[in-house]
Design a protein around this ligand. Structure first.
Ligand code: PMT
Length: 402
């Protein structure tokens, strides 16, 4: 297994006694591990135990001349391929959500560009408290990963969710996040979000795409080593680390941006929800109902937008091109006819009949539809997981072309 750098941050809960076992699992898997801990953590597990299993000195203080002399805290944040906070107390989760940087663990979490995996451990009522739930939601929105907490008997005597997951489960989750760097050297272009077609000075025709699916593809591809360009419609999402972002508004602008980047791409993933039609003429001024005859309606003439996916497929050469299709009914039949019409290598049929999946939520229920018509259906998954499965298929297609 490829050696990766894992920074384990231990915070002050009874589950800290399991941290040496976690570190040992990482070391056994061939990874280089460094440990940091809060002062409270040292009440539950000895720094010497962590030093012994990791083979490295354990840092506890942000400002300690001797420790900074070894490896300064920014260098430590840069060194990590993954930061694992285990156990993470409610207090640490709140401090991470607040972006505090007044001690070592939260400062490292703020400074690192590596993914952050958090294994919470606390009393069940603390876990369920709206304050903790809001902090978890904030961190999730920033792309933080979670493992657990598990349900069971808690050290405080309560039953319920709050136990730190077993070290083996945390290690397994960490391994999947570290993933393979199997897209190194691949240039991947991904589109995300919805386009906005102006009606007048203040209105547009749009859709509910948030960009989450396309951003997840960009994030996962960058993590797997790809050089990623993200062409995005308006979205409030943060640009994933290591991704070059090109902002567009309309379908025509998206087409220009895609065509400009297409020549250099090895893979194109079209997750965007592009408007099929736009108003034939957008009014430069706001259309006011007062300017229309009393009670009169308003008709808009719509003209077709170019089909960007079909256009690039006509000239795709050895590139791998993946399309998406969000459908509310006849999902597979429609996807089969769409892949035949558009000519892409793979179509992700996205079942949006359930409000929990599809536009502007964190999950998608997809089936991979292949040009010959065969179908692989996946259960509802997070968009990052869908992106992972999609990129596995892309890697295979690239391999087949070599
Ligand atoms: O952004 P999120 O909130 O995460 O939502 C995700 C999503 C639902 C937008 C996304 O996962 C998805 O399913 N995108 C496809 C939306 C869709 O219905 O596309 P379509 O069936 O209109 O188009 C099929 C394919 O052709 C798509 O790859 C699309 O990008 C492309 N297309 C469509 C029209 C057009 N004029 N040009 C295109 O390139």
């Amino acid at each position: 297994m490829e050696q990766r750098h894992i920074l384990v941050a231990v915070t002050g809960g009874i589950a800290a006694y399991k941290a040496p076992e976690l570190v040992r699992a990482f070391v056994k898997a061939g990874h280089a591990v460094r440990c940091v801990m809060t002062r409270a953590a040292a009440e539950f597990v000895s720094p010497m135990a962590l030093q012994t299993v990791s083979g490295q000195p354990v840092r506890r203080e942000l400002f300690d001349a001797a420790e900074e002399g070894g490896i300064d805290h920014i260098a430590l944040a840069d060194w990590a391929d993954l930061v694992v906070v285990a156990p993470a107390t409610a207090h640490t989760i709140a401090r991470l959500a607040g972006g505090l940087a007044d001690e070592l663990v939260t400062t490292l979490a703020l400074a690192t560009r590596a993914p952050l995996l958090i294994a919470p451990a606390m009393n069940v009522n603390m876990w369920r408290h709206p304050a903790t739930a809001a902090n978890v939601a904030t961190l999730t929105g920033r792309g933080v990963h979670w493992v657990g907490p598990d349900a069971g008997e808690l050290a405080c005597g309560w039953e319920g969710e709050g136990r730190m997951s077993d070290p083996a489960r945390i290690a397994e989750r960490a391994e999947s996040l570290l993933g393979a760097r199997d897209l190194t050297g691949v240039r991947l272009l991904v589109t995300a979000g919805g386009t906005r077609e102006p009606v007048d000075a203040v209105r547009y025709l749009g859709n509910r795409s948030s960009g989450k699916m396309g951003y997840a593809v960009a994030r996962q591809a960058a993590r797997r080593g790809a050089e990623v360009v993200l062409v995005t419609g308006p979205s409030g999402l943060a640009t994933p680390d290591g991704v070059r972002r090109v902002d567009v508004g309309t379908a025509l602008e998206m087409r220009d941006a895609v065509l400009a980047e297409f020549a250099a791409a090895d893979v194109v993933v079209k997750a965007a929800a592009v408007a099929d039609f736009r108003p034939a003429a957008a009014s430069e001024l706001k259309i006011r109902k007062e300017d229309l005859a009393d009670g009169a309606g308003l008709s808009l003439e719509l003209v077709r937008n170019p089909d960007i996916l079909a256009e690039i497929c006509r000239d795709k050469g050895k590139r791998v091109v993946v399309g998406f299709a969000a459908e509310s009914h006849d999902v597979i039949a429609t996807a089969r006819s769409k892949i035949a019409r558009k000519g892409c290598d793979l179509l992700v049929a996205n079942d949006v009949s359930n409000a929990d999946s599809g536009f502007d939520v964190d999950h998608n229920t997809v089936s991979f539809v292949w040009p010959a018509g065969d179908v692989e259906s996946l259960p509802p998954l997070s968009k990052d997981e869908v992106a992972g499965h999609l990129l596995d298929r892309v890697t295979k297609l690239l391999g087949d072309r070599e």
